[in-house]
Design a protein around this ligand. Structure first.
Ligand SMILES: *[C@@H]1O[C@H](CO)[C@@H](O)[C@H](O)[C@H]1NC(C)=O
Ligand SMILES: *[C@@H]1O[C@H](CO)[C@@H](O)[C@H](O)[C@H]1NC(C)=O
Ligand SMILES: *[C@@H]1O[C@H](CO)[C@@H](O)[C@H](O)[C@H]1NC(C)=O
Ligand SMILES: *[C@@H]1O[C@H](CO)[C@@H](O)[C@H](O)[C@H]1NC(C)=O
Ligand SMILES: *[C@@H]1O[C@H](CO)[C@@H](O)[C@H](O)[C@H]1NC(C)=O
Length: 391
């Protein structure tokens, strides 16, 4: 039941954001047609009166180079702007254990297939899965391979408490809490659970990082929009974020800020750094937590609500594969052979599958979903000429 209501939530939220996304693109298209130079006014970003930068989601179709300029202008680079080839990658992290390899690869495939900017995948996995990940990712065709880099990491915890973390949760479960400490050279990151499928580019989610105000360090979705159906406010035996708790399935994180912040807490009167916070929190609440590390994140952000940028749904992200519509999207992407005509081999099967699910809520909004996907695919077609060789 809980999974079903969750699915319904993600579905609703996705539908709303697809609409919003398409709308905002049309808006920006209308507003910002100039292709001015790097210092010029194009790209749809403005400074507000406080000097903070506001970002409009740029219109990808019209100007395929928007993201280069956008990233260039998003960074303060002394002594000049980097060229397009130096545009930093978008970082995407996932944790995969047990039988989650295929699911994780499908998530990665959807992200690589639809995203506009260059991706760096950070895959945390049990050692026995490493070769499988490398073999599959390296087997993708060159034109696809050129759009991402990847690193495969073992599951690891800070050495002083490794045994405790492994013992207390399933070996993989709490890995994501340690991403800021392990990925020391990475400034920002989108974390997703392995059961996520992208139906739109990662780019707009990544762009949220530039919308953070001075105190925000993570964008996270509420666990539920409807308190009467939500879990935390009815059952949790620990503090949680907001009215209904937060869901950690998709998190946009500024790791630099997480590493340097001092977090308020209910253990000492002084702020604690991320690495000082986790172990005492676990010790204090370990008998009261139900959903593992997500509960710890809820406790942390209960005491530090200013750090959260609310993600009212996950743009372009599909969650929870139990729903027939989710399953249809997942299967369509998993079975898509790289290089094949996406209209015939991705969109058409997806549409057929979704039509069969019109008795479910998500099935009814399938037109919206396939429209969003069609637009994303259209971007790709313009960017990368279809290849019909290796799949
Ligand atoms: C991707 O990896 C290649 C080879 O490892 C490297 O030359 C390139 O700089 C990397 N690109 C990015 C954007 O990190
Ligand atoms: C754990 O739950 C119990 C029962 O609801 C509560 O009395 C206790 O204060 C909780 N522990 C913490 C550390 O909040
Ligand atoms: C993350 O935060 C740091 C410190 O505030 C900032 O310098 C950096 O630009 C931020 N990264 C992004 C992508 O906004
Ligand atoms: C950032 O936004 C949050 C609301 O999400 C707010 O509580 C906080 O005060 C804001 N911080 C600044 C510095 O404006
Ligand atoms: C795919 O379909 C769209 C219309 O839905 C069309 O505009 C586009 O040209 C098609 N692409 C290919 C490669 O056939």
């Amino acid at each position: 039941m809980r999974r079903y209501t969750r699915a319904l939530l993600w579905c609703t939220v996705f539908a709303v954001f697809s609409g919003w996304y398409i709308y905002s693109q049309l808006q920006v298209n209308g507003d910002h047609d100039d292709h001015g130079g790097a210092g010029g006014g194009g790209g749809g970003r403005h400074a507000d009166s406080a000097g903070r930068r506001r970002i409009h989601i740029p219109f990808v179709d019209k100007n395929p180079h928007w993201f280069h300029r956008y990233i260039m202008r998003g960074q303060t680079v002394p002594g000049g702007l980097p060229g397009p080839l130096e545009a930093p990658s978008m970082h995407l992290a996932v944790v995969a254990c047990g039988d989650r390899m295929e699911e994780t690869l499908t998530m990665a495939k959807s992200a690589v297939l639809l995203s506009v900017g260059h991706l760096h995948l950070h895959i945390f996995a049990e050692e026995q899965l490493h070769a499988g990940f490398r073999d599959t990712l390296d087997s993708w065709p060159g034109s696809v391979r050129a759009r991402f880099n990847y690193t495969v990491y073992p599951i690891s915890f800070p050495s002083d408490h490794a045994v405790e973390w492994k013992k207390l949760f399933k070996p993989c479960a709490s890995q994501r809490l340690f991403l800021p400490l392990i990925l020391k050279d990475v400034d920002s990151l989108v974390y997703v659970d392995s059961d996520v499928v992208f139906l739109q580019p990662l780019d707009p989610l990544w762009a949220l990082l530039w919308r953070f105000n001075a105190t925000q360090l993570a964008a996270v979705a509420p666990e539920h929009e409807e308190p009467r159906l939500a879990w935390y406010n009815r059952f949790a035996r620990h503090p949680f974020f907001g009215a209904t708790g937060l869901n950690s399935g998709v998190m946009v994180m500024n790791l630099t800020r997480i590493r340097s912040a001092h977090f308020k807490n209910d253990m000492t009167s002084v702020g604690l750094r991320w690495e000082e916070l986790l172990m005492p929190l676990l010790q204090k609440y370990k008998l009261n937590i139900t959903w593992g590390d997500q509960d710890l994140l809820n406790i942390i952000f209960h005491h530090n609500p200013d750090g959260v940028h609310i993600l009212h749904g996950n743009r372009g992200v599909f969650h929870n594969l139990k729903q027939p519509a989710f399953q249809a999207a997942y299967d369509a992407i998993r079975q898509y052979p790289f290089g094949a005509d996406p209209n015939a081999t991705l969109l058409a099967p997806l549409e057929r599958a979704l039509l069969k699910t019109t008795n479910t809520y998500c099935g009814k909004s399938h037109a919206l979903l396939t429209k969003a996907l069609a637009r994303s695919l259209d971007n790709i077609n313009r960017r990368v000429p279809p290849r019909r060789s290796a799949t």
